[in-house]
Structures are given as C-alpha cells and as structure tokens.
Design a protein around this ligand. Structure first.
Ligand code: HEC
Ligand code: HEC
Length: 255
C-alpha cells in the first residue's frame, strides 16, 4: 500500500470519527427536546386547574367564577367552553374588543384540561365527548357543513364579515378540539349546536370535514384564498379579459 493511499484512508477515518462525535454531542446537548419531555406533566389535577385559574383568569372572572367588571360568570359554562376559549388563544383576554380575537395559545394542553376540569366542577355544563373527534363520516360532514356553517364561515372555510364589526373567522388554525367545542359553546354571534340540533356523530362528521377541507391538497392548482366563486371569477375576469384587451390594443397599434 503506498503512503499516499494510507494517508487518504486515515483522513477518511478522522473525518468519520469527527462526524460521529459531532452527532453524539448534538444528541447529548443540542437536539431539541422531544415534545413529550418538553410538555408539562401529562395530567394535572383539578387543584392545579384552580391555581392556574386564580393566576390567569380570576381578575376578570372573579375568585369564585362569579364574574365581575372584567368578564362574565363562568358558572355552568362547562369544560367545553374553556377548551374553546383557551385552546384558540382567545382567553386570557388582553384588552376589551368587540370580539375576543384569536391569539397565540398561552397554556399547554394538560393545563387547559386542568382549567376546564376546575371550571366544570363548579356548575357543570357541556363537556367534550370521549374518543376521537374526527371519526365521523366525511361526506355527511360536508353536507352538514354547507347547511349549518357555510353561511357565515364560507363554503371554503375562509370566514367572512358579519354586522357591527364582528366576523366569522377562518377555520384554518382551528384544532379538532376547537372545532368541536365551537359548536357546543356557540361563542359570540355563532349559534350553539346542542346535541339535539346536531348529534355527537354529526358534530364529529363536521369536525372531520373541516379539518379535511382546511388541510387537503389543491389538485386544481393554487386556490385564491378560498373566498369562493365570486371573487375567483372576478380575478379570472380582470386578469383574463384584461390581458385579452391589452393584446387586442397591441395588435391594433401594430396594424
Ligand atoms: C382581561 C379580562 C379576562 C381575562 C384575564 C380572562 N377572561 Fe375570559 N372572558 C372575558 C370577557 C370580557 C369575556 C366575554 C367576551 C367574549 O365573549 O368575547 C370572556 C369570556 C370567557 C368565556 C366564555 C364565557 C361564556 O359565557 O361564553 C370563557 C369560557 C372564558 N372567558 C374563560 C377564561 C379563562 C379560562 C381565562 C384564564 C385562562 C380567562 N377567561 C381570562 C375576560 C377575561
Ligand atoms: C351566524 C354565523 C355563524 C354560523 C352559522 C357558524 N359560525 Fe362558527 N363562528 C362564528 C363567529 C362569529 C365566530 C367567532 C367567535 C369568537 O370569536 O368568539 C365563530 C368561530 C368559529 C370557530 C373558531 C375558529 C378559530 O378561531 O379557531 C370554529 C371552529 C367555528 N366557528 C366552527 C363552526 C362550525 C363547524 C359551524 C357549523 C356547525 C359554525 N361555526 C357555524 C359565526 C358562525
């Protein structure tokens, strides 16, 4: 074996060793912690929920959920309403507006569940059903969505304006839990869909459909913000007819 060949081989060996060490160091110190280790303990108690409530909510909703100048009473609103408000980042409210906006979520899922359990224990109210929230029938969900929700949220789920500065938001950021609890809770000007208006199965079907609608691929090319046929037609009209007009003018000028 020639010396140059040996030194090339040992160069490879050094490189390999260095890479292994970097990899090892990265896993030991640098790698982001897996979601499981980062989250708070898996399950918190109702007592933890009370503590979180006193810290983050009681200034507005009262020390005993009785409500006050800053916010309504939470007695009897139920766990479902809490999951909706906190998991969509609407609560804790930062400042008064016509409609509490969606914000960055402030609590982990176990914390939200603890808050919900605490508020549920004081006065009851609607709770989330057990099991998967998205195992309903997709097609039925689509029909139910167009009948019950599209008038405000738009057939594509993009949302739309309502009266007096209120709006039905886009459904894109909503988790399955937020979609399901929105129907149970009926926030702001959204109607409440109790189990006798839409059964648990129907609500699960709608939840599955909304998640599907907002995450499905676009086989027909880019959507134009999912605002529906009228704005999309307008874009086609302006861009399509517009370029034809320009082309005609150009041909006319040349002649
Ligand atoms: C700065 C005051 C403020 C803080 C802090 C606050 N809220 Fe609220 N909350 C409000 C107001 C005002 C409303 C009603 C506004 C609305 O419906 O958009 C409300 C509504 C709610 C509702 C819906 C009640 C119903 O009857 O529909 C729930 C549930 C709720 N808050 C839970 C919480 C929880 C849980 C926290 C703590 C994590 C919290 N809020 C923190 C002011 C506050
Ligand atoms: C009359 C109009 C109206 C109808 C009908 C309606 N909604 Fe809503 N929806 C609203 C409004 C207004 C809000 C915002 C409430 C708030 O900000 O507190 C909302 C909020 C939501 C959200 C929360 C979105 C987020 O920010 O994560 C979801 C999910 C939702 N609606 C789903 C539905 C579904 C599913 C249906 C049909 C079963 C439906 N809505 C029917 C008006 C409506």
């Amino acid at each position: 074996m020639s010396t140059s060949r040996t030194s090339r081989l040992s160069n490879y060996a050094v490189l390999l060793l260095a890479l292994t060490m970097v990899g090892g160091l990265y896993t030991a110190f640098g790698a982001p912690k897996s979601a499981a280790t980062e989250q708070a303990p898996q399950s918190l108690s109702v007592e933890d929920g009370r503590r979180l409530y006193l810290q983050g909510c009681s200034t507005c909703h009262g020390l005993d959920l009785e409500g006050g100048a800053g916010g309504p009473s939470l007695v009897g609103v139920g766990a479902s309403a809490v999951v909706f408000q906190v998991e969509s980042g609407r609560m804790p409210l930062a400042f008064g507006t016509v409609q509490a906006p969606r914000k960055k979520v402030r609590y982990t899922t176990p914390e939200i569940d603890a808050l919900a359990a605490y508020i549920q224990r004081n006065g009851g109210g609607p709770v989330l059903p057990t099991g998967s929230l998205t195992d309903g029938d997709l097609q039925e969900g689509g029909e139910m969505f167009r009948t019950n929700c599209a008038s405000c949220h738009n057939a594509g789920g993009a949302g739309g304006a309502l009266t007096y500065g209120k709006y039905a938001p886009s459904l894109k950021p909503a988790s399955a839990r937020v979609i399901y609890t929105a129907m149970q809770h009926g926030p702001e000007s959204m109607p409440r869909f109790g189990d006798n208006q839409l059964s648990v199965e129907e609500k699960k079907a709608i939840t599955r459909y909304v998640r599907y609608l907002m995450t499905a691929a676009q086989p027909g090319g880019n959507d134009l913000g999912r605002f529906g046929p009228v704005p999309e037609g307008l874009v086609v009209f302006l861009v399509g007819i517009g370029s034809l007009v320009v082309l005609t003018l150009w041909i006319g000028n040349r002649a």
